[in-house]
Structure formats: structure tokens, C-alpha cells
Design a binder for this molecule. Structure first.
Ligand SMILES: NC(=O)c1ccc[n+]([C@@H]2O[C@H](COP(=O)([O-])OP(=O)(O)OC[C@H]3O[C@@H](n4cnc5c(N)ncnc54)[C@H](O)[C@@H]3O)[C@@H](O)[C@H]2O)c1
Length: 410
């Protein structure tokens, strides 16, 4: 890394050199935010797929590797963004930490609390910064809502409701993504976003969880839905609901703006229909891979940093109730409904679409300026604890108390 001292001498911002591990869908959607950060240079990438490595080498004039370990060994990176499938997160984070590389790991942090503990121990032992994200708790309107709650202008927080209805289960999947034991289903894949949102706004300390989960399609035998009630230590409550069965779409309640902030055509049931003719799991896995970086189906919206119409990303509908008013993210800011009526607080758009820039900002500041890391490994572990408690509460049909929660330190 061009250090603070040498950068100051040269009158330049310190440069953090990034390696990308796993060049799939998550990386494709994060790359614009990494590449556009003024203090970051992308210098290496690793993936099992040759087409992804070749495209990456051409686009970034970067080193490419098949194995994540070879990437972690490189002397030309300071930090690694790990976006391999979740079952590899623990091993890849520990590998990067042991080579003294700072890490951003995609959600979910891991599949067990024991793995999270080992990842946190590796980060602490090696003195590296570990951030768990991207999750939608970084969306600028969610950050603004948290700021208003903390500021106390609407009184004490009472309730948070976050509901999301999508087509998640019918997007092409690898077989393991339809097996809960291997990290499949919405609880490991989508619910971490929801839990991070409610923990971020509610202060972090969840006391207990009661949940019912749904496995409604025998051809896709993993959780596709849940209805969960959370209570925070200070008495605030949250309901968290998800359905990935491609029937109702909550974007209908969000002015038909999609998850990444893009205008969206209504299409209830379209994804399920498109998958009807795909009966072979290998063909489905091939389709899945082709939507990753360098694949033939990589989304044009992700490739284009200059969309004509841009709004904030979001994750379904979130309504936050304080004693003297309610709030919700809107496409361009935060809507407030209080004793005076309804008003919007505008929130500035990020550098690129899809906007995941706040993740890089928090990480860069932590690594380069020794700033605070809010979404650190302990935070990620606490979010995973809630997700695991959802599965357990549904299985055992009872309320589950938590013991790994940490407070939001913002
Ligand atoms: N934050 C978000 O909004 C978001 C969105 C999508 C995915 N994700 C997360 O990102 C992770 C990856 O998901 P995805 O949708 O990009 O999956 P994906 O299948 O599209 O991409 C994974 C990539 O990793 C590569 N890979 C697999 N095993 C590897 C290994 N051992 N070494 C090197 N490369 C390997 C694959 O070839 C593939 O290109 C998951 O944990 C997922 O939860 C996060």
C-alpha cells in the first residue's frame, strides 16, 4: 500500500490494492463500487472459471489466479474482497488473514458460529481488519434512518418492520443453493440483509427470536420464506418477513424501483416460468454461472455505470416507528410521516450504480486511517447468530435467546 506518510509527501491519497476472490454475480455487482473508489486500485483476481479470469485480466490489467491461496500470497495486494460461495468463506478469510491481507467477506459471514469465531480469531491474531458485507444496511437511506433514530428527534424507537417478496428461489441455482445444510435457501442468502438492517437501526442487541419458516416447493427443498419476530434488549420489536416464491413483489410498494435502484418492469411469476424448461441441475448450474462476471448473461445494468435513471438501492419495504413518527426509505431519500404530515429528506446518490460504495468507504477508512469498522467480524457473527436462531426457532417451535450480540458502535 502507498502509506499515509508517503502519500502525504507525494500529496496523494493512499492507494489500497485490492484482490478479488470469486468472480461471480456478487463480484460483478461490487466491482464498479470498488473500481470507482478514488483510493483503490484493483490489482488481482482469482476464480476457477477461465472465462472470468480472462475478462478480468483484460479489464483491469491485473494478475489472475485459479486458486484463492495464490491470490492471497501476492505481494501486489493489501486487501481481498471474498465473494466465493459461502461454504468457502471461513477457509478463504483465514487464508487471507494468515497472509496479512485485510478482508471484506460477503454475507453470510459463514455457516456456523464456530467458523465465525475462528475467522475473528485469525483476524485479531494477524492484526488485519475484517468487514462483513455488502448488506443492505449500507444503503444510504438506511444509514440516514439510523442517524434520525439516534438523534432522537422522533422520540424513542418502538418497532421496525422489514418485508421483502422476490423471485429469489427461481433464479437459476447450483444444487447446494437448494440445500439448507450447505448454506442454501433464503435464511442464509437473503435474510442476513434483513437482519443487518434491523440490527443496524435497532442498535444491534437482539434479545430473542421467534420464527416460522416455509419450504413450499418440493422441487426446491430449502427455505423460501420466513416470518420472524425479534425483540431487542431495550424492548423495541421487529418483524422480518421474506418470500422468494415469485408471486407478490414488494417493489410494487417501492414505486417499481428494483433492489439496485433501477427502474423495474412488473413481472410477477416471470422468473418461475423462465425456469420451467430447465429440468437438468447441471444446465441450471451452467445458467447460474453464465450470469457471473465474464459470463454471457452478466447483467447489462451491472456493466453500465452510467444508468440514465438512478435511485438508491433497497431491500423490500422497511417501516421504522418511533414514538412521534414513522419513516421509510424512498427511492431518493427517507420519507417521514409525523404529527406535521408527510415529508421527504433527500439523500445524496453514491458514485456508481449499483451503489455499494459505503462498504468500500467504511473499509478504506478503517484500513488506511485506522478508522472505526462498524460491520466487523463480531457484527457479522451476531447477524449470523440471528439467522441460525430463525432456523432453530422454526424447527423447535419456540423462542430462542441469543448470546453473541454486539451493539452498533456508530
Ligand atoms: N451482498 C450481496 O448483495 C450479494 C449478492 C450476491 C451474492 N452475494 C454473496 O456472494 C457470495 C458469492 O455469491 P455469487 O452469487 O457471486 O455466486 P456465484 O456462483 O455467482 O460466484 C461465485 C464465484 O466463485 C467462483 N468459485 C467457486 N469456488 C471457488 C474457489 N474455491 N476458488 C476460486 N473461485 C471459486 C465461481 O467460479 C464463481 O465465479 C455468496 O456468499 C453470496 O451470498 C452477496
Amino acid at each position: 500500500m502507498l502509506t499515509n506518510k508517503s502519500a502525504r509527501k507525494a500529496n496523494r491519497q493512499p492507494i489500497l490494492r485490492f484482490g478479488i476472490a470469486g468472480l461471480g454475480g456478487a463480484a460483478a455487482s461490487m466491482l464498479p463500487s470498488i473500481a470507482r473508489h478514488p483510493g483503490v486500485k484493483i490489482t488481482a483476481g482469482a476464480d476457477l472459471r477461465e472465462e472470468a479470469r480472462e475478462k478480468f485480466r483484460g479489464e483491469f490489467q491485473a494478475e489472475v489466479y485459479e486458486k484463492v491461496e495464490d491470490l492471497c500470497k501476492s505481494r501486489n495486494i493489501d486487501a481481498v474482497y471474498i465473494a466465493t460461495p459461502h461454504e468457502f468463506h471461513a477457509a478463504h478469510v483465514m487464508m487471507a488473514a494468515d497472509y496479512r491481507k485485510h478482508v471484506i467477506v460477503e454475507k453470510p459471514m459463514a455457516l456456523t458460529i464456530e467458523d465465525c469465531e475462528r475467522m475473528n480469531a485469525a483476524a485479531e491474531r494477524n492484526g488485519i481488519r475484517l468487514l462483513v458485507g455488502h448488506t443492505h444496511s449500507f444503503d444510504p437511506p438506511i444509514l440516514k434512518i439510523r442517524e434520525i433514530v439516534r438523534g432522537g428527534e422522533l422520540g424513542r424507537l418502538g418497532m421496525i418492520h422489514t418485508w421483502n417478496f422476490t423471485n429469489f428461489l427461481y433464479r437459476p441455482r447450483r444444487p447446494e443453493e437448494l440445500d439448507t445444510n450447505l448454506g442454501g435457501g433464503v435464511i442464509f442468502n437473503q435474510v442476513p440483509h434483513q437482519i443487518d438492517i434491523v440490527r443496524w437501526i435497532g442498535g444491534g442487541l437482539v434479545r430473542s427470536v421467534r420464527s416460522t419458516t416455509g419450504i413450499w416447493d418440493p422441487t426446491r427443498p430449502t427455505e423460501g420464506s420466513h416470518a420472524t419476530y425479534l425483540e431487542f434488549l431495550d424492548g423495541a420489536a421487529a418483524t422480518v418477513v421474506y418470500s422468494g416464491y415469485d408471486h407478490f413483489d414488494t417493489d410494487e410498494f417501492h414505486f417499481w424501483i428494483g433492489e439496485s435502484g433501477e427502474p423495474k418492469e412488473p413481472g410477477h411469476g416471470r422468473t418461475r416460468k423462465a425456469l420451467r424448461n430447465v429440468t437438468d441441475p447441471h444446465e441450471e448450474a451452467r445458467l447460474r454461472a453464465s450470469s457471473g462476471y465474464g459470463g454471457s448473461r452478466q447483467r447489462r445494468a451491472i456493466l453500465s455505470a452510467e444508468q440514465r435513471e438512478r435511485h438508491h438501492p433497497h431491500f423490500g419495504i422497511t417501516i421504522v416507528s418511533c414514538e412521534r413518527g414513522d419513516m421509510r426509505p424512498s427511492p431518493d431519500g427517507v420519507l417521514i410521516y409525523d404529527n406535521e404530515g408527510k415529508r421527504q429528506i433527500p439523500v445524496t446518490l453514491g458514485r456508481v450504480a449499483p451503489d455499494k460504495g459505503r462498504v468500500i468507504d467504511e473499509f478504506y477508512d478503517a484500513v488506511v486511517n485506522d478508522g472505526p469498522l462498524y460491520h466487523d467480524g463480531r457484527w457479522g457473527e451476531a447477524t449470523l447468530e440471528v439467522c441460525l436462531a430463525i432456523l432453530r426457532s422454526a424447527r423447535e417451535k419456540r423462542e430462542v435467546s441469543l448470546s453473541h450480540q454486539v451493539a452498533n458502535r456508530d
